[in-house]
Design a binder for this molecule. Structure first.
Ligand code: HEM
Length: 456
């Protein structure tokens, strides 16, 4: 499946900074129509235009980074000269100033406070719980019933994340409480994440028009904040509480209720849709190639239950790595230059927004031969370590790299093992899966049914 053709634009102009200007811009609106027609496709089309390319959205210039070296430079080498930029300015009123949206010393402090919750040993403990949760949910599927796998994966991602975040005491009503919450959170999160994209891309005046979508977005944002506030209250009043929230509150120097709430919302927004979308694409790829599913099933059945590490599940790990490459859900990420910065041979002006697309990067034939072919074994021939820096960035890089990368890996390995241990997947006949780029690149719908694998 392709989200982008191999179309290359012809360059004929440069902007004031000497940086090549993307062709096809119209007066006043600039490249907005092109981007609106096909977001990921538009950015992919710019790849051949240069290491850095200027695009104009209305009157604003955005500098698109195409070369891995330029991206590495911005994310890692010169990270101190950039802030998170416009996307997060627009997101902040809704999810607060959490880890993903904050900057500078405050971000550093929060990152230090939260890092212990994502240490390797802790993630190893979570992964036993992920296996249990995934086994229970996937084990409850009914053979031959049509299911929307995108929705299933979103609910599963919520079900795996919630118990690690929230402060319920072990046992008693915990499971049911989390399930009830999970069902509500899953619906609200989808609305919130899509609304955040609209709030980011549309000009501010249009973004706040009281459309039904805007109203749904505000209602969901308020519901999630109320949920976070009540969780913080419960955790404060309960010395027995555990989970990431308890760790945050116990952090030396403490976190205010508002800060803890912002972090909870950030984890929900950053951690659910990303994992769920990647898992959806994984199931899509598995359903299209039963041979790969059989290989993963054998591997999962040979492994000790609950042990879901790349070392124990090497084929599954290569498969996930390939899903994160070809079906990378994040079609753009951004930064803002805090000062004039030289990137390669160009000067990015102070205050300018720079963007890059991991989805585009991961389809560059220079680093991934036959890039549109889904082939987990390409990682045997060319392991990640052998790629140039900045060429493969499913979780970003530098001081803003995804704090949940190990966590997401553990969730995905647990979920895919749970599915392939038990089920064959069958795409619904007659539905051709299309990639849609809104907040992320996700399947338009993923109708499937399952049939049980022979016991083994
Ligand atoms: C497949 C799943 C995931 C993908 C592809 C993904 C991708 C990313 C990327 C690319 C970034 C960097 C953004 C930037 O440079 O501006 C990021 C940051 C972040 N992610 Fe993830 N993520 C995933 C899962 C998770 C999970 C499960 C959690 C939490 C449990 C999480 C929490 C965060 C947070 C808090 C940040 C901000 C970190 C900071 O700025 O210090 N992510 N993620």
């Amino acid at each position: 499946m392709s989200i982008g053709g191999r179309e290359r634009f012809r360059l004929n102009e440069t902007g004031a900074s000497g940086i090549p200007l993307a062709p096809g811009g119209a007066p006043v609106v600039g490249h907005l129509p092109g981007l609106a027609r096909g977001r990921a496709v538009f950015l992919q089309g710019l790849r051949g235009c240069g290491d850095v390319v200027e695009m104009r959205l209305g009157r604003r210039s955005f500098y698109v980074l195409n070369a891995p070296e330029a991206i590495h430079d911005v994310l890692v080498t010169q990270s101190g000269r950039f802030s998170k930029g416009m996307l997060f300015d627009r997101v902040r009123p809704y999810i607060g100033n959490g880890l993903a949206s904050s900057d500078g010393p405050f971000h550093l402090r929060q990152r230090r406070a939260l890092q212990p919750a994502f240490h390797r040993e802790r993630v190893a403990r979570y992964s036993e719980m992920f296996t249990e949760v995934a086994g229970a949910r996937v084990g409850g599927w009914q053979a031959k019933r049509r299911m929307d796998m995108s929705q299933e994966m979103r609910e599963l991602a919520v079900a795996m994340l919630m118990p690690t975040l929230f402060p319920f005491a072990e046992g008693s009503e915990t499971g049911r409480a989390i399930e009830d919450l999970g069902a509500r959170v899953s619906g609200d999160l989808g609305v919130l994440v899509r609304g955040v994209l609209r709030a980011t891309i549309l000009p501010p005046a249009l973004a706040v028009l009281p459309t039904p979508a805007r109203r749904r977005f505000l209602t969901s944002a308020a519901a999630l904040r109320r949920l976070a506030e009540s969780a913080v209250r419960q955790a404060r009043g309960n010395p027995e509480s555990h989970g990431v929230l308890a760790l945050m509150l116990a952090y030396e120097g403490g976190m205010s209720d508002e800060e803890a709430c912002d972090e909870l919302l950030t984890f929900l927004v950053a951690g659910v849709e990303t994992t769920a979308t990647t898992l959806s694409w994984a199931l899509h790829a598995l359903a299209r190639d039963p041979g790969m599913a059989d290989r993963m099933s054998e591997e999962a059945r040979a492994a000790e239950p609950g042990v879901v590490t790349p070392a124990v599940l090497p084929y599954t790990a290569r498969f996930v790595q390939e899903v994160l490459r070809l079906y990378q859900p994040l079609w753009f990420m951004g930064r803002r230059a805090l000062q004039t910065v030289r990137v390669g041979r160009y000067e990015i002006p102070r205050g300018a927004e720079v963007v890059y697309s991991a989805a585009t990067l991961h389809r560059d034939p220079a680093h991934f031969p036959d890039p549109l072919r889904f082939d987990p074994d390409r990682w045997l021939a060319r392991p990640e370590k052998s790629l140039p820096r900045g060429a493969y960035l499913p979780f970003g890089a530098g001081n803003r790299k995804c704090i949940g990368d190990g966590f997401a890996w553990a969730e995905m390995l647990a979920a895919l093992s749970a599915v392939t241990r038990r089920w064959h997947l069958h795409p619904a006949p007659g539905h051709r899966v299309r990639a849609v780029a809104d907040a992320q690149i996700h399947p338009d719908a993923l109708p499937m049914s399952v049939t049980p694998r022979a016991a083994g």
